[in-house]
Design a protein around this ligand. Structure first.
Ligand code: ATP
Length: 464
């Protein structure tokens, strides 16, 4: 059975990943069956009713015959007990994909594979309709905005079981997390993924200052970076592995391999952890971004895009230290938008300040009120031409305008030129892809160091 859970926490406490870790641990301890590595999916980062990182969780349990109802009751009991239901915006949801539903789904899938002889090929084989629907649901939940009715419709169509409290909005995230696991079960590498090792605090310490030895974190980072990333922010000299909220999370170590996570974990000295759990996750993958072509002619608020365009105004720093410029989009129908690098992106703003009108760029980020909140920017073609008044051949001084559209002249030497001069200049910035630093990075945003490790070192400027 696959179980998805979401929306159990609030800003005042709890964390859905903690509830998941408690459940996985308890189900294993009680011998209900083998439990998979849980999944932590980050959904649309622009959703207004998220608590923090719009995360949802899922896991699979191979349950001994006849124990399914007991497992469901245990899950429901823990959700009732641990959710922050007294908080207005907490609306827990759980989705159960029973073994019978899974068997039907995967049996159909292998029949189709056998028929076509194209085992495992998503690209070519006609795919099992149910799995494709779940795949689409997951992808839509990361990139788009859904209504709770969308989740109910699919749950009912596929005969899944569910449970919820209050408005039950968590059903959306729970179904998305379960769907991600179904797709990975069919093809483990279909989606890019990373890992996070979460350590949780002892209950008595929740809400108190976290005791984490800073020096040990720097050491752990030095020993494992870049196989672990976003543990510290080197440029801003900050630890970024621990939240500042009263939630049960002590810290999380993100990275490429479970071995690297544990190596870092063993080097960190901190207050005792009550529990730790490794999650497979879509963090650090940029899966939320929609390309200009996929946007099909319209940009929508609460969506995140990758858009090509030309810088249309000098960048300016506005109140609060945010840096803004206008971008004329390459797909003309999409028009002109604003781009903003917020103050918390710190040194990233220095790159933005160096942009010139005419630079060809690609911007990455979330869209709202015709403004992209910049997560990354690719400087594709820098404008290296500067126009200036011509220089007089005789005296070597700058010529003056002879009036609107009347060319330039040197008063002293009486020389005349019709056009401005175009100079080719060196720019203070190189072409390539730049990113906001870890202190300002969204969970789902892909750190450039990952792209470097994939072999794409050309024109990549990771923040570290
Ligand atoms: P945390 O990261 O600390 O677990 P959170 O930021 O995940 O908290 P939630 O409390 O889970 O926030 O609230 C997010 C709510 O938004 C959930 O009810 C989830 O079902 C719903 N949701 C997530 N993605 C979408 C989407 N694309 N469209 C509509 N609702 C969504």
């Amino acid at each position: 059975m696959i179980i998805g859970v979401d929306d159990t926490d609030s800003r005042a406490g709890m964390c859905t990943t903690y509830l998941c870790a408690v459940l996985v641990d308890e189900l294993k301890q009680r011998g209900y069956g083998d439990v998979s590595t849980p999944r932590l999916v980050r959904l649309n980062p622009c959703i207004p009713f998220k608590t923090r990182g719009n995360g949802a969780v899922s896991f699979e349990i191979r349950i001994a015959m006849g124990k399914e109802e007991q497992v469901k009751e245990l899950v429901k009991a823990r959700v009732r007990e641990l959710s922050e239901v007294h908080e207005e915006d907490t609306n827990p949801g759980v989705v159960f994909i029973d073994d019978s539903a899974l068997r039907a789904m995967f049996r159909g899938d292998s029949d189709e594979k056998a028929l076509t002889g194209l085992a495992g090929s998503w690209g070519r084989a006609p795919q099992n309709e149910c799995i494709v629907k779940l795949k689409t649901f997951y992808e839509t939940t990361v990139r788009d905005v859904l209504a709770i009715e969308d989740a109910y419709a699919l749950i009912s169509e596929l005969h899944f079981d569910y449970f919820g409290l209050k408005k039950k909005r968590g059903i959306i995230g729970a179904l998305a997390a379960a769907s991600f696991l179904v797709v990975q079960k069919r093809e483990p590498t279909f989606y890019d993924f990373t890992y996070e090792l979460m350590a949780y605090r002892e209950k008595e310490r929740w809400g108190t200052v976290r005791l984490i030895d800073e020096a040990s974190v720097w050491k752990a980072d030095a020993a494992t970076y870049p196989l672990t990333w976003d543990t510290v922010d080197l440029a801003n000299k900050k630890l970024v592995l621990a939240p500042h909220s009263p939630c049960p999370v002590l810290f999380g170590i993100r990275g490429e391999s479970v071995d690297a996570l544990y190596k870092a974990y063993k080097l960190i000295r901190a207050e005792p952890a009550e529990l730790e759990m490794v999650f497979v996750t879509n963090q650090g993958t940029d899966f939320h971004l929609i390309t200009g072509e996929e946007a099909v002619g319209t940009l929508h608020d609460y969506h995140s895009y990758i858009l090509d365009g030309v810088v249309d105004s000098e960048p300016r720093t506005i109140e609060g230290g945010h840096v803004v410029f206008a971008l004329s989009l390459s797909e003309e129908i999409l028009g002109c938008i604003e781009c903003i690098a917020y103050e918390p992106t710190k040194g990233f703003r220095d790159y933005i300040r160096k942009l010139w009108v005419g630079d060809e760029v690609t911007v990455y980020g979330s869209f709202k009120n015709r403004t992209i909140n910049l997560e990354k920017i690719a400087l594709r073609k820098l404008n290296v031409e500067v126009q200036r008044n011509p220089i007089c051949d005789k005296c070597g001084k700058s010529m003056e305008s002879a009036g609107r559209s009347q060319g330039y002249r040197c008063k002293r030497c009486k020389t005349y030129r019709s056009e401005k001069e175009v100079l080719i200049v060196d720019r203070e910035i190189e072409e390539g892809l730049y990113e906001a630093p870890p202190v300002a990075r969204r969970h789902i945003a892909k750190p450039l160091i990952r792209a470097c490790m994939e072999g794409g070192t050309n024109h990549l400027h990771p923040s570290r």
